[in-house]
Design a protein around this ligand. Structure first.
Ligand code: GLN
Length: 192
């Protein structure tokens, strides 16, 4: 088999998709912006970026992308960061809202409070120090038995995977290191 670079789509309706594309390319995969259901046919995995999950939900409805992405996620990997993590979770709190429910998680939106809602923290990913940029981040309040926690901050999970899918409550595309994107690329290149 000839090794080819995986092609990762980044949902480009709203939010931080350009920085994700650059991070994916730095980490060694091809990146393409996704705005239509047809474009999903051409990618190996999808990133749902940070932004505002309520706005993204509205745009997913308007563009007719909610069902196609749910269907995509039933067979192919999705990595959701921040607002994207909220969209992947099974249960969303404060307030409750619809989601793809592809990972057995309960997330609480904007959970770090108003005064200190954005920060850069040091975390550890697979034994290596990494920087985590939190922007009005959710907190993962519950993880199901199938979920593997890959990093924690202040005692709650901030990076987790379940089967082919992965979430980060922070913005890995905004930090200097590419450890998190590399992990996702590695994961989709060698599915278990
Ligand atoms: N607070 C946003 C939400 O609830 C997420 C913030 C982000 O993606 N940086 O959707």
């Amino acid at each position: 088999m000839v090794a080819t670079k995986p092609k990762i789509g980044v949902l480009a309706l709203q939010g931080d998709f350009e920085a994700h594309c650059r991070a994916i390319q730095r980490a060694g995969a091809d990146a393409v912006e996704i705005r239509t259901a047809a474009e999903l046919n051409d990618i190996d995995a999808l990133v749902i970026p940070g932004g505002e999950s309520t706005t993204m939900l509205k745009l997913l409805g308007i563009e007719g992308l909610f069902e196609p992405i749910a269907e995509f996620g039933a067979h192919k990997p999705i990595f959701g960061t921040c607002a994207g993590a909220i969209l992947l979770a099974k249960e969303v709190l404060s307030p409750t809202q619809p989601s793809f429910g592809l990972m057995d998680l309960t997330v609480e939106r904007n959970a770090y409070g108003r005064q200190i809602d954005s920060r850069i923290a040091q975390i550890e990913v697979a034994g290596h120090p990494a920087e985590a940029v939190f922007i009005r981040a959710p907190i993962i309040r519950r993880v199901g038995p199938q979920v593997k926690v890959l990093a924690e901050y202040q005692g709650t999970p901030v990076l987790a995977e379940q089967g082919r899918h992965m979430v980060a409550t922070f913005h890995p595309e905004l930090s200097a290191g590419d450890a998190v994107h590399r992990h996702f690329i590695e994961k989709i290149s060698h599915p278990r």
